[in-house]
Design a protein around this ligand. Structure first.
Ligand code: ARG
Length: 453
C-alpha cells in the first residue's frame, strides 16, 4: 500500500528524477549513512546486529558502485533511494531501519556539503599548480621587457615576470575564496535535522559531526535543510577564478597572434584548421575565455533557484547539483589547461623587446624628469605631449628630434632626454614598492614563492 493510487506520469518521473546526476554523490552518501547508522546503534535506536548487517551491505554496495556494477532500477528516484533500496534488498529489515531519525532533506544537504568540501580542496590544489607554473615561468623571464597596455594601447614597459605575477595575486585571492567555501560547507552539519523540525529520537549529532569532519551540528533544523549558501560560495569562488582565467586566455590569444608575436604555444595545446593548412590556433586559450560566463551562469542560476524560496526544503533545491557539478568540472579543467599552456609556452624575447623599445612608452618618464627639474606636472604633460606630436607628425622617433627642435618645444628640454629614452632605464626607474624594477620583481618573486611554502 502507499499514499498513491496511480503510478507517476513518465514525463513527471523523468523531470523529477535526479539519479542521472546525483549518482556522483554516492561516496558522500555512503559516508553519511555509515556515520548515521553507527550513531543510531550507539544510542540504542537500532540494534548492534542491525548495524553489522547495514555495514556489511554497504561494503558490498561500495564495491558495486566502484566497479560500475551497481544494479540501478528504473524506479530509483535519486542516489539516496537507490542505495537504501539496494541495502534493504541485500540485508532485509536492518536496511529498512537505516532511515530512522533521518529525512532525505538533511541527508542530501549533508552529502552536498561533504562534496563541496572535497571539491574546494581539489580547486585549491589546482590553483596552486597554476601558481607554481606562473612563478616558474616568471623566474625564467625576469629581465625580459615587454610593453604593458591600457586600453590595449602601449602604455609603459614592464618585465614579463611582473606581468605574469599579476595572475599569481589573482589566484591567491581565488584560493582564499575556495578555502572559505570549503570551510563554510563543513562548518555546520545538516544531518540530524530530520525533515525540518528535528527528530523523535535521542540522537547524538555531535558524534556524527565528528565522524564526518563537520565543525558542529547545525543549531537550527529549519536552516539546516534550507541552506545551500555553501554551494553559492563555491560557485562564487569558481566564477571569479574562471573570470581571471578568461583574462589570461584573452592575453594568450593576443600574444599568440602574428601581430603581437609575443609567444608560441606548444603544439600539444593548439589545434589546426580543417581548411587552412598553415593555421595553428589557440583554441585552448579561447575556450578559457568562454568557460567563464558558463560558470557565472551557474552562480546566477542558483541565486535564481534560492531567490524567494520559502522555508524549508522545496524540490527546487534539487537544481543545485547540476550547476555545482558542471561548475566544478569546468573550473578544474580550466585550471589544468591554463597550467599546461603557460608551462609549455615559448616567449619571443625579440618581439617583446622590439615592442617595448617604442620610445613613446617613455613619455611619462620624460614628464617626470621635467618635474624633477622643477616644472609643474601639468606643464610637463603638455610639453611632452607637444614633443610626441612633433615626432609622430614628422614620422620620427623622439630621439631623432634635433636639439633645436627640443628647445623650440620648451626651454626645459635638452639632449638629456635621450638618456631617459633608453628602454632599460625606464624599467629600472620603477623602484617603488610593487613596481617593475628588477629589485622589486625579485622581492615580489620571493613573496609569491612564500604563498606556496
Ligand atoms: N533528490 C533530492 C534532492 O536532490 C533529494 C531530497 C528529496 N527530498 C524530498 N523531500 N523530496 O534535493
Amino acid at each position: 500500500m502507499s499514499r498513491f493510487a496511480e503510478p507517476q506520469d513518465p514525463v513527471f518521473r523523468a523531470m523529477n528524477t535526479s539519479l542521472g546526476f546525483d549518482r556522483r554523490l554516492w561516496r558522500q552518501d555512503l559516508r553519511g549513512s555509515r556515520a548515521h547508522a553507527r550513531m543510531l546503534s550507539a544510542r540504542g535506536i537500532i540494534g548492534e546486529a542491525d548495524l553489522e548487517a547495514i555495514l556489511r551491505g554497504f561494503a558490498q554496495i561500495e564495491g558495486e558502485l566502484e566497479r560500475g556494477a551497481f544494479p540501478f532500477e528504473p524506479n530509483d528516484e535519486d542516489i539516496h533511494m537507490a542505495v537504501e533500496r539496494r541495502l534493504t534488498e541485500l540485508v532485509g529489515d536492518p536496511g529498512a531501519r537505516l532511515h530512522t531519525a533521518r529525512s532525505r532533506n538533511d541527508q542530501v544537504a549533508t552529502d552536498v556539503a561533504l562534496w563541496v568540501g572535497e571539491a574546494a580542496e581539489r580547486a585549491v590544489t589546482a590553483i596552486e599548480a597554476l601558481m607554481t607554473a606562473l612563478i616558474e615561468v616568471a623566474e625564467a623571464h625576469r629581465d625580459w621587457p615587454m610593453p604593458a597596455y591600457t586600453h590595449l594601447q602601449r602604455a609603459q614597459p614592464v618585465y614579463l615576470a611582473h606581468h605574469l605575477l599579476a595572475y599569481v595575486w589573482m589566484l591567491e585571492r581565488d584560493r582564499a575564496r575556495f578555502r572559505f567555501a570549503g570551510e563554510q560547507a563543513l562548518r555546520r552539519m545538516p544531518l540530524g535535522a530530520g525533515a525540518l523540525a528535528g527528530v523523535n529520537f535521542a540522537t547524538d549529532r555531535t558524534m556524527t559531526a565528528a565522524e564526518l569532519g563537520f565543525g558542529a551540528p547545525a543549531p537550527n533544523s529549519i536552516d539546516a535543510v534550507s541552506n545551500r549558501d555553501f554551494v553559492l560560495d563555491y560557485l562564487n569562488a569558481a566564477a571569479t577564478c574562471a573570470t581571471h582565467l578568461s583574462r589570461l586566455g584573452q592575453e594568450i590569444v593576443q600574444w599568440a597572434s602574428e601581430e603581437f608575436g609575443f609567444l608560441t604555444l606548444p603544439d600539444a595545446w593548439s589545434s589546426g584548421s580543417s581548411l587552412m593548412p598553415q593555421k595553428k590556433n589557440p583554441d585552448c586559450a579561447e575556450l578559457l575565455r568562454a568557460k567563464a560566463p558558463r560558470i557565472v551562469g551557474h552562480l546566477q542560476a542558483l541565486h535564481g533557484v534560492i531567490h524567494a524560496l520559502p522555508l524549508t526544503y522545496n524540490k527546487d533545491l534539487q537544481e543545485d547539483k547540476e550547476h555545482l557539478f558542471d561548475a566544478a568540472d569546468t573550473i578544474e579543467q580550466a585550471l589544468a589547461a591554463a597550467t599546461g599552456m603557460i608551462a609549455g609556452a615559448t616567449f619571443r624575447r625579440d618581439r617583446m623587446a622590439a615592442a617595448a623599445a617604442d620610445e613613446l612608452l617613455a613619455a611619462t618618464d620624460l614628464a617626470d624628469e621635467l618635474v624633477k627639474r622643477g616644472v609643474p606636472f601639468r606643464q610637463c604633460h603638455a610639453i611632452v605631449g607637444g614633443l610626441v606630436r612633433e615626432a609622430v607628425d614628422s614620422g620620427r622617433t623622439l630621439s631623432e628630434l634635433s636639439d633645436d627642435e627640443l628647445r623650440a618645444q620648451s626651454e626645459h628640454l635638452g639632449p638629456w632626454i635621450r638618456e631617459v629614452l633608453e628602454p632599460l632605464s625606464l624599467l629600472e626607474r620603477k623602484q617603488s614598492q610593487g613596481g617593475t624594477a628588477s629589485a622589486q620583481v625579485a622581492e615580489q618573486l620571493d613573496l609569491a614563492r612564500g604563498l606556496l611554502a
